[in-house]
Design a protein around this ligand. Structure first.
Ligand code: HEM
Length: 538
């Protein structure tokens, strides 16, 4: 049942929709094509543009819209019936995007179509089709689904497409090489020391506290320092300006009223950009604040120059040896923002999900602790964390149960394709339903149970390819996956070595989840820490 505030939100949107409808009608004829361009469904050989009915009636935008909203029906793709102009946005807003997709998958199966407002999306959770889209036929699915409200220029790696994406990916990939990661681990370890100090204070108090908040500060300090040499101090100072601006950016993302409007009427973003530029110019926006900080870092780093002593992401962008590979300041700002946000949000959620599941599974904690003991005096570091096979299994199982980035594995078809029974029209947006794949009883025994043994070396080889993808797959997979795994494993190993995690409420089996790009624990993860030497021996 939606809570009253959610209901009020839905009602607010309906009223807003009706009151703007008349105005929209006046604008529709001229502007509908701008919106349609956003989905690219009108571009391509067998798309709507080639549809004979569209050609006869294309000049009449209302009839065009009917064809647009009939795309799945026309191609025999099952899915929830879209409401004219609203698509399936009401259900998405009522339940949240993740829950809506989970429910639709139960009804319509492994390939179904829905409308994110105006944008048609084909959800896929058939591993054979997923393999084609993400890997084998990647050249046809290089682009991501457009993100409503994405800036028009300087998108950053996550949203870039085509030549720009290839260029950025080739410049940025070396920043995550094994030797660079080894260097970054030293910075991670220093920040994890601070986390442990903070946890020590919480343990002394003997109270339940939200450990997710601690992880948000940790991951910001880690990515800030490892990637840009930024001296954020989010762990020791909760009023750290970086932390506050990033938190308000994500808060705005999940509560903004603008996003659903743009989903319904993509052309509205052209007006919003004009307003946004004014807002940015007067510096009232967290993005604007973050941009200014990054510009300042660029200035300082240029002044210091490249003495070869720092080899982070910023250095990679500023001082690339190949002059054709040098990035403009505008590009550097966009890439930096992308990495700052990606590094902060996903990893902190994954750390929090680890604590939630480990707190409920004390035997798993004991096994990790025993494994760490076998390291003897060896410090938990880049090398030693690779020698903890059970921790690896736990990491995979946590990411299977809570694939925090499952809603961002999207692509757009450059040309139409048919794989088995699944037809993907030109320009169609494809959402790989990672959550559905990770929780499918066809591929996993008791998928809702926490069972790290599924990922033991013997069992791992039995896992069907493309049913487990916490970091996506193919050439566009997560560029920061090894960085995130290292940070998570070192932090979890250090915590479990010293502390036993106790769940705040053992009867609360399911976390409330919130989708705001990544899937995060809505109300945090509340635990209590008991010093490991006082915990019951296993
Ligand atoms: C546990 C933490 C993380 C998870 C679960 C995660 C997951 C993902 C997923 C699922 C994708 C989309 C892949 C696809 O479409 O096939 C992605 C893309 C991306 N991730 Fe991560 N990520 C994590 C941490 C990070 C970190 C720490 C960074 C940066 C240091 C990062 C930077 C990026 C970027 C830039 C992309 C876009 C890649 C492209 O389009 O070429 N991620 N991530």
């Amino acid at each position: 049942m939606p809570c009253p505030s959610e209901r009020m939100r839905v009602e607010f949107w309906l009223i807003l929709y009706h009151s703007t409808y008349v105005v929209m009608q006046l604008l529709l004829n001229k502007l509908v094509m701008c919106g349609v361009q956003n989905t690219n469904l009108s571009e391509g050989r067998d798309s709507l543009k080639d549809d004979t009915r569209y050609n006869q009636q294309g000049s009449q935008s209302l009839k065009y819209l009917k064809l647009h909203f009939g795309v799945f029906e026309r191609y025999g793709i099952p899915g929830p019936k879209p409401v004219f102009l609203l698509g399936n946005i009401i259900e998405i807003m009522k339940k949240g995007q993740l829950q809506a997709i989970i429910d639709w998958r139960k009804t319509y199966g492994k390939a179904f179509g829905y409308f994110e407002g105006f944008t048609p999306v084909l959800s896929i959770s058939d591993p054979a089709v997923v393999r084609e889209v993400l890997v084998k036929d990647f050249t046809n699915f290089q682009a991501r689904k457009p993100f409503p409200l994405a800036p028009r220029k300087s998108l950053g790696l996550f949203l870039e497409n085509g030549h720009q994406w290839r260029r950025s990916r080739s410049i940025l990939s070396p920043a995550f090489s094994t030797s660079k990661l080894r260097t970054m681990t030293v910075v991670m370890e220093q920040q994890i020391d601070k986390l442990l100090q903070n946890l020590g204070t919480q343990q002394d108090k003997g109270i339940y506290f939200d450990i997710y908040r601690q992880f948000q500060s940790l991951t910001l300090d880690v990515i800030g320092r490892c990637a840009f040499g930024l001296h954020t101090n989010a762990q020791l100072d909760l009023s750290d300006a970086f932390l506050n601006n990033i938190q308000s950016l994500f808060r705005n993302m999940s509560t903004t009223v603008i996003l659903p409007i743009v989903m319904l009427f993509p052309f509205v973003q052209y007006f919003i950009f004009a307003i946004k530029n004014v807002v940015l110019a007067i510096g009232m926006n967290p993005v604007s604040w973050l941009r200014h900080q990054i510009i300042e870092v660029i200035r300082i780093r240029r002044e210091i120059g490249n003495d070869g002593s720092v080899t982070d992401l910023m250095q990679q962008m500023l001082f690339h040896s190949d002059k054709h590979q040098k990035m403009t300041d505008r590009e550097i700002v966009a890439q930096s923002l992308t990495f700052l946000l990606a590094g902060y949000e996903t990893t902190s959620a994954v750390l929090a999900f680890h604590c939630h599941l480990l707190a409920k599974n004390p035997e798993a904690q004991r096994r990790i602790r025993r494994e760490i003991k076998q390291l003897g005096q060896e410090k938990i570091s880049y090398q030693s964390v690779q020698k903890l096979p059970y921790l690896d299994m736990v990491f995979d199982e946590v990411c299977r149960l809570y694939p925090t980035a499952s809603l961002i594995v999207t692509r757009q078809a450059a040309a139409a394709r048919t794989y088995g029974h699944v037809y993907i029209p030109t320009g169609m947006n494809v959402q790989v339903d990672v959550w559905g794949l990770h929780h499918d009883t066809q591929f996993w025994d008791h998928p809702e149970k926490f069972m790290p043994e599924r990922f033991s070396p013997e069992n791992k080889s039995q896992i069907r390819p493309y049913t487990f993808m916490p970091f996506g797959a193919g050439p566009r997979n997560c560029i920061g996956s090894r960085f995130a795994m290292l940070e998570t494993k070192i932090a979890v190993a250090r915590i479990i070595k010293d502390y036993e995690l106790k769940p705040a409420n053992s009867s609360q089996d399911d976390l409330n989840l919130l989708c705001r790009g990544a899937i995060v624990p809505k109300d945090g993860v509340h635990v209590k820490l008991v010093h490991a030497r006082n915990a019951k021996a296993g």
